[in-house]
Design a protein around this ligand. Structure first.
Ligand code: FAD
Length: 286
């Protein structure tokens, strides 16, 4: 399975093995199979924060489906499979009259991907709604709290080989009409400022501890519209890279290296990438 088909940016070579477990038992079997074949494991959600190596990855890539992507609510608790898209969780929460997930309307990933990097927007993030997550490994499984998952700004302590199979969110009663109105407002704000209709992987760099955000710094360095191969720094928002046609991961990495070099020179700040790199790849050294 080419990673290009599993990522929103549409780049990346083949995974040496691919499975789509739909139950906990199938997931455990897949993890045992990987141990038997001495293969690393990487779970992919909707690939909205991922750059995969052009040469491919020497790992069993998992994409959760079926029960592991389903959503149900019980009182004020929403239980979702790790592979459940945020849009589906939000739709379910709204129908059940449960608020708290609205901030995730513009995050085009899954529950598991949200836990992995403590995804967030508009002043909220996964750590604020997550009760616990079921983390499955070849050696066993257990429910972990946000503290045990080490959730902090765009970070968790989860590693490849640990699969977020289920999550529980603590939500609060809210009229569906209010949820709908807030979501419409947040999406309109996104569309006005970010290239939501282009193939990207979301924010390229984390915001540094600086009065300017990463996007403003990159813009001030004159990077908007800068292109390498098929990858271009978004003319709309400089902290996004668009696949303008035929982009490769190498193109995106080269752009990121150039962007980091310029910000270092102009601001003395070392930008840290937010996007996850999968396979034997790294940002070019200055
Ligand atoms: C247009 C756009 C806007 C975005 N806006 C935001 C934003 O406002 N805020 C924000 O935080 N992010 C944003 N993102 C980035 C991205 O949507 C989030 O990081 C999202 O949480 C990634 O989820 P995913 O399921 O797509 O994960 P993937 O990209 O598939 O994977 C990301 C990482 O999580 C791991 N992972 C995924 N699922 C699991 C699992 N079940 N178990 C274990 N590990 C797993 C992967 O191995 C990988 O390391 C945006 C992206 C796009 C394209």
């Amino acid at each position: 399975m080419p990673l290009a088909r599993l990522t929103t940016i549409g780049t990346g070579g083949p995974a040496c093995a691919f499975a789509r477990p739909s139950t906990l038992a199938e997931l455990e079997q897949a993890l045992a199979w990987a141990v038997e074949h001495e293969l690393a494991v990487a779970t992919v959600g909707l690939g909205s924060n991922l750059l995969g190596a052009d040469a491919g990855v020497d790992a069993l890539v998992l994409r959760l489906g079926g029960e592991l992507a389903s959503v149900a609510s019980n009182g004020e608790t929403l239980r979702a499979g790790g592979g459940a898209p945020n849009a589906v969780c939000l739709h379910h929460a709204r129908a059940a009259g449960l608020g708290g997930l609205e901030f995730a309307c513009a995050i085009p990933g899954t529950a598991g991907g949200g836990v992995w990097m403590n995804a967030g927007a508009y002043g909220s993030d996964w750590s604020q709604i997550l009760i616990r997550a079921l983390v499955v490994t070849a050696a066993g499984s257990g429910w972990l709290t946000p503290g045990e998952l080490g959730l902090s700004y765009r970070h968790s302590s989860i590693e490849h080989g640990q699969v977020v199979a289920q999550v529980e969110y603590r939500l609060t009663p809210r009229p569906p009409a209010e949820i709908k109105a807030e979501v419409a407002d947040l999406i309109a704000r996104r569309k006005a400022t970010q290239p939501t209709n282009k193939r990207t992987f979301g924010s390229v760099f984390k915001n540094p501890e600086h009065e300017l955000g990463a996007g403003r710094m990159l813009e001030a360095c004159g990077l908007k519209g800068h292109r390498i191969g098929g990858a271009v720094i978004s003319p709309m928002h400089a902290n996004f890279i668009e696949n303008a046609g035929g982009a490769t991961t190498a193109d995106a990495l080269a752009l990121m290296g150039e962007a980091r070099r310029r910000v270092r020179e102009q601001y003395g700040v070392e930008l840290e990438h937010e996007v996850e790199l999968l396979g034997p790849i790294a940002l070019p050294n200055p």
